[in-house]
Write a protein that binds this ligand. Structure first.
Ligand code: ATP
Length: 457
């Protein structure tokens, strides 16, 4: 059975059906297995029995996640002239977290099971009231607020004065640099500041692979606007961000925008909507878009004593900009792209596993495959590979039958395989195979770069 064109499941914008028709627990297990087997994601500290709650990205995973971050950066910064980048420190003055409200309110409700002593988030307990670990009924302690920030000490003395926190979000680094960035770039609202970086949260119940971990990467952008324009820009960013996932290969049916109910809103927000993905265990958040009003700039101005308002020369008025924040997770996005791309198909009686990743996200763009290891082919392979390397991430694979090598590349999402055969020695042309259609084209070697670059979205 080939999935393309013969089922009614979700399709991405190029018309490829997706594995969402597969039993969902199977899909998760298969993707996790593929990640381990092919070097996308390894359990952290595995030789010491693992560290639960954190994961390491292997040679293919680091390329995939980097491409996800690059795609975000391209759409946020390179393709616009109203957003600039930033890379602020993970360790910041503790007063930042006092001003932002994190010290007081960045908590989850924690309960202990009196029978097995396991801890859970009170808001994630099953309705039955049974302990998810030991099954004991109604044996939980009262819930108490548990702060998710990791505490550490800076410098050699471990006293209260030396306490610092690992940042639980990248956003505060942007707010405290608002004036620096605004004055050095001379940007006028509406304008944004974007950054990608690690954040840390001492999650009570990490799980679902890289979905919820204690160390993760965020892609956040704070968009500063005149106060009266907040609502309009909130709508704009909800639309843009939902669209971005679709444009990078997630079928529409597996995405939705879920507005928060008023009682769900964070203390700083007047409106929030989550971009959600249909994960194998149900809908889950990929990104939150929030209208944070002037809460953050006002709070930091108050606590630091610095003026964080903006003088609008054109209208001769001063105001504290309102902020619209699209805050995404690089790890969750990477997992969603993997799940949406995974497919098992039958071709001419043989099974193939394919990652139909958008070529921009695929870890390897082109595999160069000599038909055999014959010594006459190797210099040609090296020449072709050398011509591609400066432009595209490639892999040269000469081990095993050509069919097996195609399968190996399909499984890690390589969009094109270039085969060098004995005819290449005479006609100076190579065979280019498309991962999705398996269609093959004979292309003159000197036109190969142009042929491939033209096909990259
Ligand atoms: P959740 O409700 O799932 O805990 P959140 O609403 O607290 O998430 P935000 O504070 O809005 O998350 O963070 C923005 C994004 O950062 C999330 O949409 C998610 O993609 C990512 N993120 C947050 N916490 C984690 C985590 N523990 N592991 C991986 N990614 C995370």
């Amino acid at each position: 059975m080939t999935r393309r064109g013969n089922d009614d499941g979700p399709r991405d914008r190029r018309g490829y059906a997706r594995a969402s028709t597969m039993a969902k627990p199977d899909l998760m297990e298969r993707v996790v297995n593929l990640c381990k087997r092919r070097g996308f994601v390894f359990p952290s500290s595995e030789i010491y029995g693992g560290f639960r709650s954190t994961w390491d990205y292997g040679p293919l995973g680091v390329l995939l996640k980097r491409n996800v971050k690059d795609a975000w950066w391209t759409s946020m910064i390179q393709l616009r002239d109203d957003i600039v980048g930033l890379d602020s420190a993970i360790l910041m003055a503790p007063r930042v977290w006092e001003a932002s409200g994190h010290l007081e309110t960045f908590t989850d409700p924690l309960v202990d099971c009196r029978h097995c002593q396991q801890r859970f988030r009170a808001d994630q307990l099953p309705p039955s009231g049974a302990c998810p670990h030991c099954g004991a009924k109604d044996g939980f302690t009262d819930s108490r607020a548990f702060n998710l920030m990791f505490k550490t000490h800076v410098g050699p003395v471990e006293d209260e004065a030396a306490v610092a926190y690992l940042r639980p979000e990248t956003a505060q680094g942007i707010f405290v640099n608002f004036a620096n960035v605004q004055t050095t770039t001379r940007k006028k609202p509406p304008f944004g500041i974007a950054q990608i970086g690690k954040s840390f949260r001492n999650e009570i119940t990490p799980g679902n692979f890289v979905y919820r971990t204690r160390e993760f990467e965020q892609m956040e952008m704070e968009f500063f606007v005149p106060p009266e324009d907040g609502e309009r820009w909130f709508e704009y960013w909800c639309d843009q961000r939902l669209r971005w996932y679709g444009e990078h290969g997630i079928p529409e049916a597996q995405l939705r925008l879920r507005p928060h109910d008023p009682e769900e809103l964070s203390h700083y927000s007047v409106a929030t909507a989550d971009v959600e993905f249909d994960f194998p265990w149900g809908w889950g958040e990929l990104e939150g878009i929030a209208n944070r009003t002037d809460f953050d700039l006002r709070a930091h101005a108050e606590h630091s004593g610095q003026d964080l308002s903006y003088y609008d020369q054109e209208h001769d008025r001063r105001y504290v900009p309102h902020v619209i924040e699209p805050a995404a997770g690089a790890d969750r996005a990477t997992l969603a792209f993997l799940l949406a791309a995974y497919s098992e198909e039958e071709v001419a009686g043989e099974r193939r596993t394919v990652l139909h990743l958008d070529p921009r996200l695929a870890p390897i763009k082109v595999a160069v495959l000599p038909l055999s290891r014959h010594e006459r082919l190797l210099p040609v392979v090296e020449e072709i590979a050398g011509g591609l390397r400066p432009h595209l991430m490639i892999d040269v694979d000469s081990a095993g039958s050509i069919g097996r090598r195609y399968r190996r590349q399909d499984e890690v999402g390589t969009p094109w395989c270039v085969t060098v055969d004995f005819e290449t020695l005479d006609d100076k042309a190579v065979t280019v195979r498309d991962r999705d259609t398996m269609h093959q084209d004979r292309v003159p070697a000197e036109q190969l770069n142009a042929y491939l670059l033209e096909r990259l979205p």
